[in-house]
Ligand binder design. Structure first.
Ligand code: AMP
Ligand code: ZN
Length: 302
C-alpha cells in the first residue's frame, strides 16, 4: 500500500473523514469541522483590519457567467455542470426503464443554468462590474465557498469538493501587487504560527491541452502564481495549501471592471485550501487534537 492510501485510511479509521463511495468526496467529522472553523477565525484575525466586504456565495454559479469567465478555455477537464430532468411522462418512464435495466439514464438530463463553482472568486467579478466604476482605492472582498473540481484521487488532499477561503483585491496594478505581497508575508507568518514546515514557490495552474502548455510557461515566467507548500502526502511532493494569484487585467477586461479613473482594473486573490491546511495539521501534529502541541492549540483555540 502506498503512503497516500495510508494517510487516507488513517483519516477514515480515526473517524475524521467519512467514505461516500466516491474518491475525493468525503464527509467531515465535528472535530475536522472545528479545526476548519478555528483556522478560518485565524485567517480573519490576520485580515480583519483591512475591512474587506464579506460575501458568501452558494457552491453553484451562473452558467452564462461561467461561460464568459474563460474557465472552459483553460480548464475544461475540471468543470462540473448541473443537469436536470425537464421532460414529460414519457421521459420519466424512460428514466425508470433505464434504471431498472441498469442502463445509462442520464440522456434524459439537460444542462441547467447552474454550474458548480470552480474557485470561490469566480462569481464575484461580474458582481463587481455590475456595481459600476470602483471607488478610489479599489475594492477588497472576503469570500468562502465549497468548490468543485473533477479530479478524483486517493490523495486526501485532492478532493472533488472542498472549501476555499479567499481575499480578493481589485484596483490599480500597484494596489493589487501590494496586496499580494502583503498576503505572501501574512500567509508565511500564519502557517509558521501553526508550526508547519513550508516552502513558497512559483507555480502554474493545470491549463488543458497543447495550448495550455504555453499558458503554463507564461504564468511561471511572469511569476503570476505562488503557492505555499506543506508536505502532507509525501516529502517529495508537498501540497499547495495557500495560493497567491495575480490575474493582471484578465477579469477586469473580461467583465469591464473599472478603477476610479476609468482604467481597466487588475485583480489578485489569495486562496486558503481549508481542508488542505486541516489535513496538514493532522499530518504533522497527530490525529488527536487534544494531543497537539499546546502552542498550536493556543493559536487556534486561544
Ligand atoms: P487554486 O485556485 O488551484 O490555486 O486553489 C486555491 C487553493 O484551493 C489551493 O491553494 C489549495 O489549497 C486548494 N485546492 C485546490 N484544489 C484542491 C483540491 N482538489 N482539493 C482540496 N483543495 C484544493
Ligand atoms: Zn481566486
Amino acid at each position: 500500500m502506498d503512503m497516500q492510501n495510508t494517510y487516507l485510511d488513517q483519516l477514515l479509521e480515526a473517524g475524521l473523514l467519512f467514505d461516500t463511495g466516491i474518491d475525493g468526496l468525503y464527509g467531515r467529522s465535528g472535530t475536522f469541522e472545528n479545526v476548519i472553523e478555528r483556522f478560518e477565525a485565524l485567517v480573519t484575525r490576520y485580515g480583519s483590519a483591512d475591512g474587506a466586504e464579506v460575501i458568501r456565495f452558494p457552491p453553484g454559479m451562473s452558467r452564462p457567467y461561467f461561460e464568459k469567465s474563460g474557465y472552459l478555455k483553460s480548464f475544461p477537464q475540471l468543470a462540473g455542470t448541473v443537469h436536470c430532468f425537464c421532460g414529460d411522462d414519457k421521459g420519466h418512464s424512460r428514466i425508470i426503464e433505464c434504471l431498472e435495466a441498469g442502463e445509462d439514464w442520464t440522456g434524459q438530463q439537460e444542462a441547467s443554468d447552474i454550474v458548480l463553482t470552480p474557485a470561490a472568486c469566480y462569481p464575484l467579478y461580474p458582481l463587481i462590474a455590475k456595481r459600476g466604476r470602483m471607488p478610489e482605492g479599489g475594492r477588497l472582498f472576503d469570500l468562502q465557498s465549497y468548490c468543485f473540481r473533477h479530479e478524483p484521487s486517493k490523495e486526501p488532499t485532492r478532493m472533488q469538493m472542498f472549501r476555499m477561503r479567499e481575499y480578493v483585491r481589485a484596483g490599480t496594478p500597484e494596489e493589487v501587487v501590494e496586496f499580494r505581497e502583503k498576503w505572501l508575508e501574512r500567509g508565511k507568518a500564519l502557517i509558521t504560527s501553526l508550526e508547519l514546515p513550508m516552502d513558497v514557490d512559483v507555480a502554474n495552474d493545470p491549463f488543458f491541452g497543447r495550448a495550455g502548455r504555453m499558458m503554463k510557461v507564461n504564468q511561471r515566467d511572469q511569476g503570476l502564481k505562488f503557492e505555499l507548500l506543506v508536505p502532507v502526502n509525501s516529502e517529495e511532493n508537498p501540497t499547495a495549501c495557500l495560493s497567491f494569484n495575480y490575474h493582471q487585467n484578465h477579469f477586469g477586461h473580461t467583465w469591464g471592471i473599472e478603477t476610479s479613473t476609468g482604467a481597466e482594473a487588475h485583480t489578485a486573490c489569495v486562496g486558503f485550501g481549508l481542508e488542505r491546511v486541516t489535513l496538514a495539521l493532522f499530518r504533522h501534529h497527530g490525529l488527536d487534537v487534544e494531543k497537539w502541541p499546546a502552542s498550536v492549540r493556543k493559536v487556534l483555540w486561544g
